[in-house]
Design a protein around this ligand. Structure first.
Ligand SMILES: N[C@@H](CCC(=O)N[C@@H](CS)C(=O)NCC(=O)O)C(=O)O
Length: 200
């Protein structure tokens, strides 16, 4: 059985919860309190030198970091990672987009808005983060025009990667009401078999 080191408050960790549930794979969850520095202990750094969760540990003791790499590993051979070469690369395209153009703005804005005190100086970053995050949401909304999911071939790990922080964007101060295609897509993802909602 695999072990996931993660925290329930993280969208990057929630990606794994959702995929593991939908693949009906059993796993052990080890909650890591990142606010208490538990991802920076010598023991944890020995498993992931980058000091971040999520982290997947296989029964062999081998470890894999980076949420979207873990999604690819776990989804291998399933319908959620397309076998077709181009469609598979398109799944990666949207997952790289998530990590470069979406998560750094929406997840960071969520972290500041939800977890830092209102008088924290990092609140000054929010206007720029929201501007860049809105640009990413506009790209997603355009892709979802006339499509049920991000890929023409259907629901995939690309949707899981982008759902993780988009579904909670309102808590980061984003107004999704102008993104009708995203709102409809969020409902379609929630309606997929064995969907599990993020609890925090
Ligand atoms: N690109 C990484 C980002 C991982 C990441 O930033 N994890 C955060 C939680 S969402 C973390 O572990 N923060 C604790 C720390 O930096 O000490 C991924 O997708 O897995």
């Amino acid at each position: 059985m695999v072990t996931v080191y993660g925290t329930k408050v993280s969208g990057n960790c929630y990606k794994l919860q959702l995929l593991l549930q939908q693949l009906k794979l059993s796993y052990r969850w080890v909650e890591i309190d990142i606010f208490a520095g538990q991802s920076r202990t010598p023991e944890f750094l020995a498993k992931n030198a980058n000091g971040r969760v999520p982290l997947l540990e296989l029964s062999t003791g081998e470890c894999l970091a980076e949420s979207n790499a873990i999604l690819c590993y776990l989804a291998e051979g399933s319908a959620l990672l397309p076998a077709d070469r181009l469609e598979r690369a398109r799944a990666l395209q949207w997952m790289f987009f998530e990590q470069y153009s979406h998560e750094p703005y929406i997840a960071v804005a969520r972290f500041i808005a939800r977890f830092l005190p209102t008088d924290h100086p990092r609140h000054a970053e929010l206007p720029r983060l929201r501007e860049r995050g809105n640009a990413a949401l506009a790209v997603m909304d355009q892709q979802l025009q006339g499509r049920d999911f991000l890929l023409d071939s259907g629901y995939s790990i690309a949707d899981i990667a982008l759902f993780a922080y988009t579904h909670d964007a309102a808590s980061a101060g984003f107004d999704l009401s102008g993104f009708a295609n995203i709102l409809a897509w969020l409902e379609r993802v929630r309606a997929t078999p064995d969907f599990v909602a993020q609890t925090c």
